[in-house]
Design a protein around this ligand. Sequence first.
Ligand code: NAP
Length: 260
Amino acid sequence: MDLGLRDKVVIVTGGAKGIGEAISKLLTAEGGIAVIAGRNAADNEKAVAEIVAAGGKALAVTAELGNVEDCKKVIVETVAKYGRIDGLVNNAGANDGVGLESGNPEKFMQSLQNNLSHYYNLAHYALPYLKESKGNIVNIGSKVATTGQGNTSGYAASKGAINALTREWAVEMLPFSVRINTVIPAEVWTPLYETWINSLPDPTEKLASITSKIPFEKRMTTSEEIANTTVFLLSSRSSHTTGQILYVDGGYTHLDRSIS
Ligand code: NAP
């Protein structure tokens, strides 16, 4: 299936690692151009070099997305280089463990800044270009918005807000044919996940216990599986899909785990 993504310019936040890296690589393999925006310049450059070596096109923009000015810079540098924006994948984020009891008001606001504000800021600054291209936005959310997890108020609030904004933005953008969708992962093996599981007392036992509860095939979702759905949503093959929250999670969030 031709996804019609040739030379489409798509910003992928956190596009150098984990889920974002898989999205950047699949998008460019489909002929699109990935603008990889993340805080670690070396990671970004490495991802771009790998894409170019594979025959693809990509640009690295160093940005700490918690800063509004850096969000603006991502849009300015993208437009300066390519003159257009066809898609935005809001993906960067981290489960930072700011709990109701363990956190405090300052840490809570900082977590929103790191996990939520840049989704809005980038969408806001990209909007004139997305309206021009009739482009679209795919947000990467989390099952935590639906299930809770405990001890992560800032991250859960951010992911809950992202689900709400998916519907809110989809409605606001109807007159402009700009689509907004969200993909929800649950358990995906990435550098972030590895760091988290290794912070627990018995990572091996914990991982076995988690995977045994994933209904479909008792295995983690791969980053490539998240990327497949994300890139499909970016493409014109999903031209009548907007305001949707899609769970790519092996049934983890909605199926009855006690009988599977
Ligand atoms: P990852 O392996 O840590 O990759 C995320 C990338 O984004 C990293 O390059 C990271 O840089 C960058 N980044 C994060 N926050 C940033 C910021 N404020 N400014 C600039 N760059 C930033 O994470 P992942 O597991 O692929 O997660 C990607 C998305 O999926 C996140 O939104 C996460 O909430 C969501 N998700 C993941 C899972 C899972 O099981 N992995 C489950 C549910 C939801 P550094 O390396 O410097 O931190």
